[in-house]
Design a protein around this ligand. Structure first.
Ligand code: ADP
Ligand code: MG
Length: 144
């Protein structure tokens, strides 16, 4: 399914609806260029998971962990130079653990993700519009 968002608030709302559907073990592979809205969508996903803490971009920390009804592991792998260095971070216990993983710049590590990963491709359509395409979604369609 492909959605179009005309504002950061709408992108967050779409994220919130996605987050409200998720179950432990889900992996969301976020793809798209800088400023496509990956972190904004993740803020909404966290809201949908009932996380009240403010989500910040893990560009430098690589992995941030948030406590909610289900733990959220928010990763940004832009700075990694290989899929192997992703595994070297020790992510396997997160990927196959009891939380939800959201991975920004997942293009870089797709070879290390299970085939069940939900893929969300984001694109810049205009200064204020973003396309959001969700593939491999395992739940009922949500209305957005
Ligand atoms: N429809 C939209 N959805 C999301 N962000 C938008 C939208 N329109 C403009 N923006 C802007 O684009 C930027 C998105 O930033 P961010 O979510 O950090 O992207 P990424 O994590 O993909 O680099 C923000 O500055 C935001 O204000
Ligand atoms: Mg980001």
């Amino acid at each position: 399914m492909t959605l179009t968002s005309a504002s950061p608030e709408t992108t967050m709302e779409i994220g919130r609806r996605i987050g409200a559907c998720l179950k432990k073990g889900d992996i969301l592979a976020l793809q798209g260029t800088l400023a496509a809205g990956k972190t904004t969508l993740t803020k909404g996903i966290a809201l949908g998971l009932g996380i009240s803490e403010d989500i910040t971009s893990p560009t430098f920390t690589l992995i941030s962990e948030y406590e909610g009804k289900i733990p959220l592991y928010h990763m940004d792998v832009y700075r990694l130079d290989s899929p192997e260095s992703f595994i070297d971070l020790g992510v396997e216990e997160l990927l196959y653990g009891n939380g939800i993983c959201v991975i920004e710049w997942s293009e870089k590590v797709m070879s290390e993700l299970p085939s069940s990963a939900i893929i969300i491709k984001m694109g810049v359509v205009s200064p204020s519009e973003r396309s959001i395409t969700v593939d491999n979604w395992p739940y009922e369609e949500f209305s957005a």
